[in-house]
Design a protein. Structure first.
Length: 281
């Protein structure tokens, strides 16, 4: 049986740079729109405008049954929140997931923001959750630079999270969602292979030049147990603990790794791990 390769050619990797940068621009626009009093629909519209302005289209809108440019998840919502009339309040923790398709290639990225103006100590606790989640993503990306198999990436993510100790809010260890994972990306937004955010017995596919992965830890301040809301999309924690989601699309090539959805290729995020990204030739 013929099986399509999960590895891209150098030319294909280069074609993925622009959709990655467009995706990053959409999240920049979303961040600027996240203020107290704004609706999640307004944040979604800002991201949409940034994508269209660059001659691309939202790949989220290409998913059957989904009609928005982004997923926006607030507080106890971890992923797949639907933009709408919800009004953001000071101190809310807001995860925005966005993606763009340009000339047949895809980008996918997510960031977590804190709505300005929140009160302590909740503000600090939510910022810490976002920091831990983002740090675990960069730990996984850094691992991709030297990993032999995809399983090494999930192990690095889990190790980083566990090293942070318990959440200062709940006193419990941070929860890592098990049912929702990262993925390959290329001609489609979601491709093989799966990228688990935790250690697994299976080493997974080989990490070698041509591999492009969307690495995306989803972390909670409490239990990892979730439910899908009545809208059949939004994933929320059962114990109402806060969630955070960070994601980048990352290419492994002959010279090293390059974060396609970061303007600097991931240089700032990778610096603490001693990894220097190498631009695609």
């Amino acid at each position: 049986m013929f099986r399509k390769s999960i590895y891209k050619t150098p030319a294909q990797l280069r074609a993925m740079v622009e959709p990655g940068l467009i995706t990053a621009a959409s999240l920049d626009a979303a961040e600027a729109a996240i203020v107290a009093g704004a609706t999640t629909a307004a944040v979604d519209a800002a991201a949409s405008e940034a994508i269209v302005a660059r001659g691309a289209e939202s790949n989220f809108k290409l998913v059957r049954g989904y009609h928005h440019t982004t997923c926006i998840s607030v507080n106890e919502q971890v992923v797949h929140g639907i933009p709408g009339s919800r009004v953001l309040e000071p101190g809310d923790i807001v995860s925005v997931d966005s993606g763009a398709q340009f000339q047949g290639w895809n980008g996918d990225s997510a960031r977590t923001f804190i709505v300005p103006g929140g009160a302590e100590p909740l503000l600090s606790v939510r910022a810490e959750l976002s920091r831990v989640t983002e740090g675990s993503m960069w730990a996984g990306i850094a691992a991709m630079a030297s990993a032999s198999h995809i399983g090494d990436i999930g192990a690095a993510i889990q190790d980083y999270i566990e090293a942070q100790g318990p959440s200062s809010l709940s006193g419990q260890p941070y929860g890592i969602l098990r049912e929702y994972v990262g993925h390959g990306i290329g001609r489609k937004m979601h491709e093989a292979p799966s990228v688990f955010n935790y250690r697994t017995p299976d080493a997974g596919a080989a990490v070698k030049p041509g591999l492009v992965l969307a690495i995306e830890p989803m972390v909670t301040a409490g239990s990892e147990e979730t439910l899908v809301e009545d809208d059949e999309w939004t994933v929320s924690t059962i114990d109402d603990s806060d969630g955070s989601h960070w994601e980048h699309s990352v290419a492994r090539h002959e010279g090293g790794i390059w974060v396609l959805t970061a303007a600097d290729g991931g240089a700032a995020g990778l610096a603490p791990f001693g990894v220097v990204p190498v631009p695609l030739a």
